[in-house]
Design a protein around this ligand. Structure first.
Ligand code: BGC
Length: 444
């Protein structure tokens, strides 16, 4: 074990005590997704889901944080907070409002935003698909049908041709497992199906999409003369542990849940090796289909059956998710064994409506990252600001920046100030720790 207190000698000869000292190659960023912040009366599956009365607090994704209009203000705030990396999404339904139609003004808008961010010194990681489909694609059956994949791949081609000269890093698809299970197995997300077969088909088809998109992005940017392309998919991983480790049934359940929810899809997306329960795609060969490991980590499932259980005496966030920082390293370790690539934590954060334990949550996760021998080079906090949290709506707050949805006023939270402090110090000083972390407690 490394000592938890490090000493740093400054240029002026002063010695500063550090609670956490980040590795040289490590840096901090923030993440968001188009539908969760942009707003707009667009014809997509989440506005449709709202119209069907399916958002728990009835908040309207067409409002969100009005980022499509306020993007410059947000970029300026990000720069003021000294943030170096931004993972952002683009909205397919905005770029292609109808089948075969491309809105060039929207592409110009995103190009302006991306260029502005880069001029402010903020690097961009672009997510192509983050849960949202245009209705024309949704109505065809979206990713449940193999014949629909060409629409997504056409979109990927358009994206790379439109942004390839200014964006080198891409996430093809965000969390295929979460999308497939929530939309097609639990039926809580649009289109609200409850079919395990469809959920498996979606995971299998999204795997083909990712692999083809991976190859396509490299090819197109290569033809443009670029050699610095980096592509991955954002992998939602969690720990599955048996409720009682000595109970064989609990162990079987946690193994099978892990395999069905994330094990098979991770292996297939990463290496093209399709195993149970996924359906093999005929036109995909085995290979290496990520340039970095992209991890979205939030929590652990404690299994005693085929459902998402939570450890009873554990620390939990406002949505009842267990706070389990060790799980981040356990997951990263597992993924690194499949394919050794640099690791980006493309999402980590928590629902804390009062901002009463967010700094402690961030601290505990970053501490383990700093102590780990794994090459974890980037950490993108989810989210930059409070946002439309899918079926939970506006009432679940994950941001470093507070959003007043009525006025769209932005206010940096304490956790946001802590984040800036960590970026400036490249770690956590005793002072930062005392100011932002020491007094915070998790809920049990
Ligand atoms: C998703 C985000 C979501 C976050 C918190 C991730 O699964 O990619 O869109 O807001 O979790 O729930």
């Amino acid at each position: 074990m490394r000592a938890s207190v490090n000493f740093v000698h400054t240029e002026k000869g002063m010695v500063i005590k550090m609670k956490i000292k980040f590795k040289d190659q490590f840096s901090l960023g923030v993440a968001s997704a188009a539908t969760q912040i942009e707003g707009g009366e667009l014809d997509h599956n989440w506005n449709d889901w709202y119209a069907k009365g399916k958002i728990k607090d009835n908040s309207n994704p067409a409002r969100a944080t009005d980022h499509y209009r306020l993007w410059k203000e947000d970029a300026d705030l990000m720069a003021e907070m000294k943030i170096n990396h931004y993972r952002l999404g683009i909205e397919w339904a905005r770029i292609c409002p109808d089948e075969g139609k491309v809105d060039e003004a929207v592409i110009a808008h995103y190009r302006e935003e991306i260029s502005y961010l880069k001029n402010k010194g903020i690097s961009v990681l672009l997510t192509i698909h983050h849960f949202t489909n245009p209705m024309w694609f949704e109505n065809k059956g979206a990713f449940t049908k193999i014949e629909n994949l060409k629409y997504f791949l056409d979109f990927v081609e358009l994206v790379v041709k439109s942004f390839g000269d200014i964006v080198s890093e891409y996430i093809t698809i965000n969390e295929p497992n979460v999308y497939a299970t929530n939309s097609y197995y639990f039926g809580e997300w649009p289109p609200g199906d409850k079919s395990i077969f469809k959920a498996i088909a979606v995971m299998s088809n999204m795997t083909s999409c990712h692999i083809k998109a991976y190859n396509m992005i490299h090819r197109i940017r290569g033809e443009m003369g670029f050699r610095d392309t980096k592509v991955s998919f954002a992998n939602h991983v969690r720990v599955f542990d048996p409720k009682n480790p000595r109970n064989l049934w609990h162990r079987i359940c946690s193994y099978l849940l892990d395999r069905a929810f994330q094990g098979a899809v991770t292996e297939a997306m990463t290496t093209g090796n399709f195993t149970w329960p996924l359906k093999k795609a005929k036109d995909i060969s085995k290979g290496e289909y990520i340039d970095f490991i992209a991890i979205n980590y939030y929590t652990r499932t404690t299994a005693s059956g085929f459902a998402d259980g939570t450890k009873e005496d554990a620390a939990k966030n406002d949505l009842g998710w267990e706070i389990y920082p060790e799980g981040l390293i356990r997951c990263a370790d597992k993924l690194y064994k499949i394919l050794q690539r640099p690791i980006y934590i493309t999402e980590n954060g928590t629902c804390d409506n009062q901002d009463g334990f967010r700094s402690k949550y961030i601290y505990e996760h970053l501490k383990l990252i700093a102590e780990s021998k794994l090459p974890i080079n980037r950490f993108y906090h989810w989210c930059f600001c409070d946002n439309f949290e899918w079926v939970e709506g506006e009432s679940s707050r994950f941001g470093l920046v507070y959003i007043n949805y009525e006025t769209q006023e932005r206010t940096i939270k304490d956790a946001g100030a802590f984040y800036t402090g960590m970026i400036e110090e490249h770690g956590v000083t005793e002072e930062l720790y005392k100011e932002y972390v020491e007094g915070q407690q998790f809920h049990y």
